[in-house]
Design a protein around this ligand. Structure first.
Ligand SMILES: *Cc1c(COP(=O)(O)O)cnc(C)c1O
Length: 302
């Protein structure tokens, strides 16, 4: 068995490419900020790059436990569901997706793609879905489906944080601040865990729920002492998860025109919109180097 799943992916014709792209803009020049985009979106055409990072060590663990089935949870537009379906197909796992709520026909494009990648879709009523962390639910699922490796909703756990830390390891230039969009906070925790002294991570929350997210990131952090190196902003969720404004859509469109980079309205669009606003307000020092993580262009749900 090969140790490195990236090598397996590459041997199967899936290049793992996430280069740094310099971004040039009058606003950046005016404030003396150097900005790079870490193109995690180039890792896979249909799957968010950060979901891929989160899966890496989980899949190695599943193999080490000799599990042949991955089971996970998600909403009907979940990037994580789709990522698990693709990863399962690529690395030879059966996959089961437990979807929140009722089944709809026809399947939406995300679930249709997950099913086409071989995932078995099963639906769970919302009241039950809220209880999915209870041991009795796991027992019931095991009785129904047999043994499986469990991936939490959004794919966020300690092994996912370890995988996201490699986003930082993969950056070859010195930088001061790294920025990412935050859903569950797993990606931000990974970035924070990978920082060197003097560097900081900034998470742009895409949903409401201040206290929840702050606690979640803290719990996930491997280095408990790195509280000082990360921060969250809740100023750019624009009303909540998947909520949008004409201003945001205008920003995404003009960013695409100027830089030929597609941002999505749920995650990366809000991050970049927030980052530009913070730069215009003088949040960053002259001469500072900022890396923004383009986490991917998935379907837009956790
Ligand atoms: C899931 C997702 C996120 C959120 O990542 P968390 O680790 O849950 O905070 C950000 N960007 C994209 C594109 C995603 O699919």
């Amino acid at each position: 068995m090969k140790e490195n799943l990236w090598q397996i992916a590459e041997s199967m014709g899936q290049p793992v490419r996430a280069p740094l792209q310099p971004i040039h803009d009058p606003l950046l020049d005016a404030h003396g900020v150097r900005l790079f985009l870490k193109r995690e979106d180039l890792i896979h055409p249909h799957v968010s790059g950060n979901k891929w990072r989160k899966l890496k060590y989980n899949l190695l663990q599943a193999r080490a436990e000799e599990q042949s089935t991955l089971l996970t949870f998600g909403g009907a537009y979940s990037n994580h569901i789709l990522a698990t379906a693709h990863a399962g197909r690529l690395w030879g796992f059966r996959t089961i997706g437990i979807i929140r709520g009722e089944a709809y026909a026809p399947l939406n494009p995300v679930l249709a793609a997950a099913q086409a990648a071989g995932m078995a879709l099963r639906y769970m009523p919302r009241w039950r879905y809220r209880q999915k962390e209870l041991p009795e639910v796991a027992t019931e699922l095991a009785q129904r489906f047999g043994p499986f490796y469990l991936l939490p909703e959004g794919g966020t756990n300690q092994l996912a944080v370890q995988g996201c830390k490699e986003i930082v390891d993969d950056i070859a230039i010195p930088f001061d601040t790294i920025v990412c969009p935050c859903g569950t906070g797993g990606t931000l925790a990974g970035l924070a865990a990978g920082l060197a002294a003097g560097q900081q991570a900034l998470g742009v929350a895409v949903l409401r729920g201040e206290n929840f997210l702050d606690d979640a990131v803290r719990r996930l952090l491997i280095r408990k002492d790195c509280r000082a190196t990360w921060q969250l902003t809740f100023d750019y969720h624009l009303g909540g998860y998947a909520k949008s404004t004409p201003q945001l859509l205008e920003f995404i469109e003009s960013f695409a025109r100027r830089h030929d980079v597609r941002l999505d309205p749920v995650y990366t669009g809000k991050m970049m919109f927030g980052l530009y606003d913070l730069i215009s307000k003088g949040r960053f020092r002259t001469g500072e180097t900022v890396v923004a993580v383009h986490t991917g262009n998935g379907s837009s749900d956790m």
